[in-house]
Design a protein around this ligand. Structure first.
Ligand code: ADP
Ligand code: TRP
Length: 320
């Protein structure tokens, strides 16, 4: 099975990203026969127009993945923009993509409503995503629920192309991650960069402590019983625990744990789980040229695979 997934470089990862996307990605890449993970930096240009920031985010997400245990000897990791075939195939696919298909994209409408400029690039975002996937003959594409429609569009585009030019592309199967349950942020809403309610995975320990200590609570006194099901501290803390540990902690809440103690315990769980990863990231960051080396190596491997697909595509459409 060949697995492929892309991640947008959009700033410091938080616990929602980790439990909802990074952790399942890492587990998947460790299991797959072959896997490709790329940083979707061309996609990022649709919403981020600051060179310095993009440069930083692109590198950060690679460091984050490497620190979290991504093994570049087992899986291929690369920057999308290092493989020009993505943009080239996108053009060819755009010529078989009905405008009506793109007009139905919910993500486009949502982004425009959020204030992102309605550029042609934002509109054709799903065609680039189809190129990303079809270039590598990926069978399985693990993504969150929000990307389900994009994957359906990739399938539609692949089928359209195959009908027009004969069997060229593997039609990929979506692998929609059943949401690990939405991770709540410090204010109890969904944790998201856009809500400013995140607990980051990396970065200054003091800032993390501040975020955890700032989790919003009600006015229940220290010894009053608390319902773990509706408690934000518990709902975050449980992600770090086994079933039996969750049960034991839930009992403590029901018997009345103070919010201060509950938060201290969460901070301890956080450091226990991420301490090693955080140290590793700091070390990797100091290793000059390491990220660049890993990414150059990944790009070379990806270009070889993508090049073969492009030969097939050029032949199919008459460009060779
Ligand atoms: P943000 O909302 O902070 O901008 P993104 O949309 O960039 O996060 O999310 C990237 C990935 O992380 C998505 O695949 C999504 O499924 C996952 N994710 C983000 N926030 C959460 C959350 N609060 N709970 C679970 N998964 C999340
Ligand atoms: N659009 C995806 C996201 O925002 C990122 C992405 C780009 C992707 N190309 C992809 C995911 C190809 C899977 C396969 O999360």
């Amino acid at each position: 099975m060949r697995v492929l997934s892309g991640m947008q470089p959009s700033g410091a990862l938080h616990l929602g990203n980790y439990f909802g996307s990074m952790k399942p990605n890492l587990e998947m890449s460790a299991k797959a026969d072959e896997s490709f993970y790329f940083v979707a930096d061309l996609h990022a240009l649709t919403s981020l127009q600051n060179a310095e920031t993009l440069r930083q985010y692109r590198r950060d997400i690679v460091l984050d993945y490497l620190a979290a245990g991504f093994d570049p000897d087992r899986s291929i990791i690369f920057y999308q923009s290092d493989v020009p075939a993505h943009a080239e195939l996108m053009w060819i696919l755009s010529t078989v993509t009905p405008v009506g298909l793109l007009e139905r994209a919910v993500s486009y409408k949502e982004k425009v409503e959020k204030g992102i400029a309605a550029s042609a690039g934002l509109f054709t975002y799903p065609v680039l995503m189809a190129a990303d996937i079809l270039l590598y003959d990926a069978n399985a594409v693990p993504v969150g629920k929000d990307q389900k429609q994009h994957l359906e569009m990739t399938r539609d585009i692949a089928i359209k192309f195959n009908n027009a030019y004969g069997d060229t592309f593997v039609v990929p199967e979506p692998m929609i991650r059943e949401e690990v349950a939405v991770v709540p942020g410090t204010d109890g809403q969904k944790m998201s960069k856009s809500y400013g309610n995140t607990i980051p995975l990396f970065g200054d320990e003091k800032a993390i402590k501040k975020a955890i200590m700032g989790i919003v609570t009600d006015s229940r006194g220290p010894t009053e019983p608390k319902n773990p099901e509706s408690n934000t501290i518990f709902q975050i803390h449980r992600l770090f625990l086994s079933q039996s540990e969750q049960k034991a902690l839930a009992d403590e809440y029901r018997h009345g744990i103070s919010y201060g103690d509950a938060k201290k315990k969460l901070m301890e769980a956080y450091l226990y789980t991420f301490g090693a990863m955080r140290l590793k990231r700091a070390e990797l960051e100091k290793k000059k040229g390491y990220v660049e080396e890993v990414m150059a190596d990944g790009a070379a491997k990806a270009r070889a695979v993508a090049g073969k697909t492009m030969d097939r595509v050029r032949k199919a459409v008459g460009l060779s």
